[in-house]
Design a protein around this ligand. Structure first.
Ligand code: GLO
Ligand code: MG
Ligand code: MG
Length: 417
């Protein structure tokens, strides 16, 4: 880079810093650290590439990512096995050396590893999925997930996540779905068995194993496309240790199939399986754009957080987003992560306000104490008794909008001209 380019970049950075400062509303690192926010290695190092896009950024090694996370106030780090260890070095002595270095970097940055996940979608070996027809692919997959469990214990993680992105097909009729599901379950059973073995050997409590669904991409059709499908799979009888397995819904993955993330989360909550949550944003029925939280659906996000606060969700919020490819390497840590966290904290606090809001409270209580007609067989009479009361639904929705834009705190808008 020439000196002129370096000067240009520095002046552009100053401009961005000045404008961010002018935005205000950011929280200090100590405040950010109070939330169970986990920063994935793969988000930080994402280079902006996609099927039709060349990379726009350099990759960022774990030690550097951890240093940035510590500065921002992100308390936890998560990783795929292959984000930190090249595929050819997995399960070798080199793996052990790399883990020693990572533990040192975690300690130096006062960071904790919250979650480990197995890459079972990128390498060519997974072209027919981890639960492929070839027994050797499946044996290798089982070794890989067992290894991830060992890495998890080594790094002090509490969660293991499995996103079986390639468990599906591009062309119809080419795989045997029930058989594939059985094979996939056997792989997960190996991970749980290994975990139990390690726990018995004194490695500490077993990990929480969380399944993550996504409706499509990279395959056209996915056999376990939604969080509901995962919940069904957990109870299918195929898993040897269903009590060790829960879900990691991802906000955008539920939108992608046209579902309501809040309702998906609610179903996982009542099943007692909502253990981990991937946070990001995007659009219904489009591909996995993984935008930073709150930039597309802030009202929906507010409502998601109201639900999670109301029902005491205490698991990690894992920042599984992709910093936009228009953002620079510098911008990933100066803009993407801090602003995404600050929007989350703001929405979390607003969710608290909504839960304490007297208007919403009174409206909700009034709906629940609707007049009792005693006419349990008369639809029209019951409807009439509720007719005016039900208008409260729209009042609640209006109030939530006001909370989102700050009117409830006296923010005013004037019509001019
Ligand atoms: C892809 C998924 C992916 C998983 C990750 C963790 O769309 O969201 O990022 O969350 O592999 O298992
Ligand atoms: Mg995800
Ligand atoms: Mg995703």
């Amino acid at each position: 880079m020439t000196k002129a380019t370096i000067d240009l970049h520095n002046s552009q950075r100053s401009l961005i810093e000045r404008l961010l400062e002018a935005c205000g509303g950011s929280y200090p690192p100590e405040t950010r650290r109070k939330y169970y926010i986990t920063g994935p290695q793969w988000t930080a190092t994402y280079q902006g590439q996609a099927l039709f896009h060349a990379p726009t950024r350099e990759s960022v090694p774990p030690a550097e990512v951890m240093h940035h996370f510590a500065e921002i106030g992100i308390g936890y780090w998560s990783t795929h096995d292959t984000d930190i260890i090249p595929t050819e070095d997995l399960m070798t002595d080199r793996q052990a050396e790399i883990l020693v270095g990572l533990k040192k970097s975690l300690a130096e940055n006062e960071l904790r590893c919250s979650m480990v996940t197995c890459e079972t979608f990128f390498h060519a070996v997974w072209s027919a999925s981890p639960a492929a027809e070839s027994p050797e692919v499946r044996t290798y997959a089982a070794e890989r997930v067992k290894n991830v469990v060992r890495i998890g214990h080594e790094l002090g993680a509490r969660f293991a996540v499995y996103w079986p992105g390639t468990l599906g097909y591009l062309m119809q009729g080419v795989i045997d779905e029930p058989q594939t599901l059985k094979w996939f379950a056997e792989i997960l059973n190996s991970a749980c068995d290994e975990d139990i073995r390690l726990a018995k050997g004194g490695a500490g409590p077993t990990l929480k194993h969380c399944l993550e669904a996504k409706p499509f991409e990279p395959q056209a059709e996915i056999i376990l496309p939604t969080t509901d499908a995962m919940l069904g799979f957990i109870q299918s009888g195929l898993l040897a240790h269903p009590e060790m397995v829960g879900v990691n819904p991802e906000y955008l993955h539920e939108l992608m199939w046209g579902g309501a993330p809040r309702a998906s989360l609610a179903r996982a909550l009542v099943a007692g399986k909502l253990w981990h949550f991937d946070v990001n944003d995007g659009y219904r029925l489009k591909h996995d754009v993984d935008l930073p939280v709150g930039l597309v659906n802030p009202l929906d996000w507010l409502n998601v957080l109201i639900l999670l606060r109301a029902y005491g969700f205490n698991g990690p919020f894992n920042y599984d987003f992709k910093p936009p490819r228009t953002t620079s390497n510098w911008g990933v840590f100066k803009v993407s992560f801090p602003t995404a966290i600050d929007r989350f904290i703001t929405l979390w606090e607003m969710a608290g306000e909504a839960l304490a809001d007297p208007v919403i409270h009174e409206a909700t209580e009034a709906l629940k104490s609707a007049p009792q007609t005693g006419a349990t067989h008369n639809a029209q009479e019951i409807f009439e008794a509720n007719r005016e009361l039900l208008t409260l639904h729209e009042v609640i929705a209006h109030r939530l909008f006001q909370i989102l834009i700050g009117v409830h705190r006296g923010r005013k808008f004037f019509v001019t001209g």
